[in-house]
Design a protein around this ligand. Structure first.
Ligand code: PLP
Length: 353
C-alpha cells in the first residue's frame, strides 16, 4: 500500500472563492484595469509571439520593465510564476530538512505552508495586541534559535500595518538569517528597502504584479537581491517558469509608467476613502469595531463578531476575507465601497438595537 509521508498528511487544497458575488473585495486584487489602448497593444504584441518556442528563461524584457520602473538593476532580479513560486523556491534552496524559519503572526499563510513542505520548522512570533512588531524579540529569537530564514510581509497582510525602514535595517544587520521581505503592498506605503538591497548579503525582497500593477491573472512576481543570492535563485528555479504571454504583458505595462502611477493613485484614493468611511461609521455607532490605519490596498477591521458580519455580507453578495478575528476588506470602486459600508451599517444598527 502506498503510504503518505507526514508533511502532506494534513494538507488540504486551497479553497478559492468560487461562488459569484456582486461585489468582490476578498483577494486584494486591483479594481483598475488597462484602458482600451493598452489592451489593444497587449493583444497586438501577443499575436506576434512564437508560441511554439519556449519562453526566455530569465524573462529579461519583463525584468527590465520592472527594473526601470523601480530603479533597480535588471541583473538583480529573478521573475517567478507569482511571488508564491519565489517563496517556494527560496524555501527549497536555502533550507535543509529540520532548519528553522521565523515568521510572524498574523501574516501571510504561505510562509508557514512552504516551510512545512520542505520539512522545516516554523517559529512563530506573536505580534502585539495592536499588531505592531517587537523588532528586538525577532532579533533575539532568530539568534537564539539559529533561524535560517526570517520572512514576513511589509506592509502586512492581513493587518495593513507597516514596519519602518530604520527598524528593518537594524533587524537585517543584527541576524545571521536570510531575511525575506515581502513587499507585495509597498506601493501603497513608503518604507521600501528596494533602494538598499545591495547593502546586505542576507536580504531578498519580493514584489508582485498582482496588487498595485493590477495583474493577478498573469501570475508574475519578482525577487530582488544581491548578485550572489540572485544567482542561486536563477540556478535553482525551473528554467521556463514564467510563460511568454505573461512576460509580454508585463513588459507592455511597464512601458506605460503613467498608467501604473495612475492606478496606484486611484487605489490609494479608494483605500483612504474606505478607511475614513469605516472609521466614521465606527465613531458614529460608539466604536463597535476598530479599523487599523492601512498601508495597503485593503483595510483591516477588528470586530468581535466578525464571523457573523462576514456571513451577513456574504448573504448580501459581498465577499470579504474573514481572518485573524476581523475582516480584511479590499479597496474597491466607489460604489462597491459605499455598498459595503452601507451593508455593515445595516448589520450593526440591527445588532445594536
Ligand atoms: C498577494 C500577496 C502576494 C502575491 O502573491 P502572487 O503569487 O505574486 O500573486 C505575496 N505576498 C503577500 C503577503 C500577498 O498578500
Amino acid at each position: 500500500m502506498f503510504e503518505y509521508n507526514n508533511k502532506i498528511k494534513n494538507l488540504i487544497p486551497y479553497n478559492p472563492v468560487t461562488v459569484s458575488y456582486a461585489i468582490r473585495l476578498d483577494a486584494n486584487e486591483s479594481f483598475v484595469t488597462p484602458n482600451e489602448e493598452i489592451k489593444e497593444e497587449i493583444l497586438n504584441e501577443i499575436a506576434k509571439l512564437q508560441l511554439n518556442r519556449y519562453p526566455d528563461p530569465y524573462a529579461v524584457e519583463a525584468c527590465s520593465g520592472f527594473a526601470q520602473y523601480f530603479s533597480v538593476h535588471p541583473e538583480n532580479i529573478v521573475a517567478g510564476n507569482g511571488s508564491d513560486e519565489l517563496i517556494s523556491i527560496i524555501m527549497t534552496v536555502f533550507l535543509q530538512k529540520g532548519d528553522k524559519v521565523l515568521s510572524l503572526s498574523d501574516d501571510f499563510s504561505m510562509y508557514s505552508f512552504y516551510t512545512s513542505l520542505v520539512d522545516c520548522k516554523n517559529i512563530v512570533i506573536q505580534k502585539n495586541d495592536d499588531y505592531s512588531v517587537d523588532i528586538d524579540k525577532i532579533i533575539n529569537t532568530a539568534n537564539e534559535k539559529s533561524a535560517r530564514i526570517i520572512i514576513f510581509s511589509n506592509p502586512c497582510n492581513p493587518t495593513g500595518r507597516v514596519i519602518k525602514r530604520e527598524d528593518l535595517r537594524r533587524l537585517i544587520k543584527s541576524v545571521n538569517s536570510l531575511v525575506v521581505l515581502d513587499e507585495a503592498y509597498m506601493d501603497f506605503s513608503d518604507e521600501s528597502m528596494l533602494c538598499e538591497f545591495a547593502n546586505y548579503d542576507n536580504l531578498i525582497i519580493l514584489k508582485t504584479c498582482s496588487k498595485a500593477i493590477g495583474m493577478a491573472g498573469i501570475r508574475l512576481g519578482f525577487a530582488i537581491a544581491n548578485n550572489d543570492l540572485i544567482n542561486v535563485l536563477k540556478a535553482a528555479k525551473s528554467p521556463y517558469n514564467v510563460n511568454v504571454i505573461s512576460q509580454k504583458i508585463c513588459s507592455v505595462l511597464f512601458s506605460h509608467n503613467d498608467y501604473i502611477d495612475n492606478s496606484i493613485k486611484r487605489v490609494l484614493e479608494s483605500r483612504d476613502s474606505l478607511y475614513s468611511q469605516l472609521d466614521a461609521l465606527s465613531n458614529e455607532l460608539s466604536n463597535p469595531f476598530t479599523v487599523i490605519k492601512p498601508h495597503t490596498n485593503f483595510v483591516f477591521m477588528k470586530y468581535k463578531d466578525a464571523d457573523k458580519l462576514h456571513n451577513y455580507l456574504t448573504i448580501n453578495s459581498i465577499s470579504v476575507r474573514f481572518i485573524s478575528g476581523g475582516l480584511r476588506i479590499t479597496a474597491g470602486r466607489n460604489y462597491e465601497n459605499a455598498e459595503l459600508v452601507n451593508t455593515i451599517r445595516l448589520f450593526l444598527t440591527n445588532e445594536i438595537k
